[in-house]
Design a protein around this ligand. Structure first.
Ligand code: SF4
Length: 316
């Protein structure tokens, strides 16, 4: 499939370090290299944001590294960590985006600021070498929901393949980087089978992954449109049927979200936890996307002590 991509350069008028929307990332500023994301995952909530560009358009912020230097110089205290990829992937397979990401991450790391990211992209070797030199200041999260290529082609058509992501996780771990895997969203009927979970956990064990966080798909109005426009209609209907009797509720920043029925989520999370634990992998549930379950912080890149000291120190 040919990726629709129109890369537009844009000058960012506001600050590039922003307070994050997610509770579990509170205290650490977030940065996005682009507005819009070339990976075009069918289940991407960010594509439905008010400011998101049209499908296939990606806005690359110009002069990010210079602007970042200026912002850091003006601060009385530097942040301990900066979190990437809250609304776009920092490792989209576009040379100019990767170059911008590299420059920005290098500036942060060389100033002693930790870098956290979540990606479904391929991480080139020059990044791995940079991360090896600063491994104590990197918290990497790789998004993989299933190792099945058919699933990836339908739901994540322009991300790197699941096996490539597994290799990236292994490369990071071999470079000494704290690396966990985010299994989100588990799509009912599609990626929650025992076979699919078993295959994935086996792959994660091979890569040396020790921590995973899991969440089922949460439904939002924008996703309904994306599902019907980009999936075979019968598959979209089958998935959405699981959400039909569920109430709309506030989840994270969205006032209109439906959760998968609780019993289904619990059984799915148990299946992941049982298999993961049997392979020596620690499993947690994403607390932000499961507000009706006992809270678990699935953020693997910081401990409570760091969080406290950072919120106290943060200028936000
Ligand atoms: S990689 Fe992340 S930000 Fe990019 S389209 Fe997929 S879900 Fe959205």
């Amino acid at each position: 499939m040919i990726r629709p991509l129109k890369l537009i350069k844009e000058t960012r008028k506001t600050a590039i370090l922003k307070p994050p929307a997610f509770d579990c990332l509170k205290g650490a500023p977030a940065i996005n290299i682009t507005k819009g994301c070339a990976n075009l995952c069918v289940y991407c909530y960010a594509r439905g944001f008010r400011y998101a560009p049209p499908k296939g358009e990606v806005h690359l912020y110009e002069g990010l590294s210079e602007k970042l230097e200026q912002e850091l110089t003006k601060r009385r205290r530097l942040p301990l960590w900066v979190s990437f990829s809250t609304a776009s992937d920092a490792f989209q397979a576009v040379d100019e985006i990767l170059e911008a990401t590299y420059r920005v991450m290098k500036i942060l790391l060389e100033r002693g600021i930790g870098v956290s990211f979540l990606t479904k992209g391929f991480i080139p070797s020059e990044f791995i070498e940079l991360f090896r030199r600063h491994h104590k200041r990197i918290k990497a999260r790789i998004g993989i929901v299933s190792l099945c290529d058919d699933y990836a082609k339908l739901f994540e058509p322009f991300s790197s393949s699941p096996l490539t992501r597994l290799s990236c996780a292994k490369n990071l771990i071999d470079a000494g980087v704290d690396t966990s895997v985010r299994i989100d969203p588990v799509v009912p009927k599609v990626t929650g089978s025992e076979e699919s979970i078993g295959e994935l956990i086996k792959g994660l064990k091979w890569a040396g992954v020790k921590k995973i966080s899991v969440s089922s798909l949460v439904m939002r109005p924008a996703l309904l449109n994306q599902f019907f426009a980009e999936l075979p209609p019968s598959l979209a209907k089958d998935i959405l049927r699981y959400y039909s009797g569920q109430p709309w509720q506030v989840v994270i920043t969205s006032a209109k979200t439906k959760l998968l029925p609780m019993a289904m989520r619990i059984s799915c999370y148990r299946a992941f936890a049982d298999l993961a634990n049997s392979c020596g992998i620690e499993s947690s549930i994403c607390g932000c996307k499961n507000p009706d379950l006992p809270w678990q912080c699935c953020n693997p890149w910081i401990d409570a002590k760091d969080l406290l000291s950072r919120s106290q120190m943060s200028l936000f």
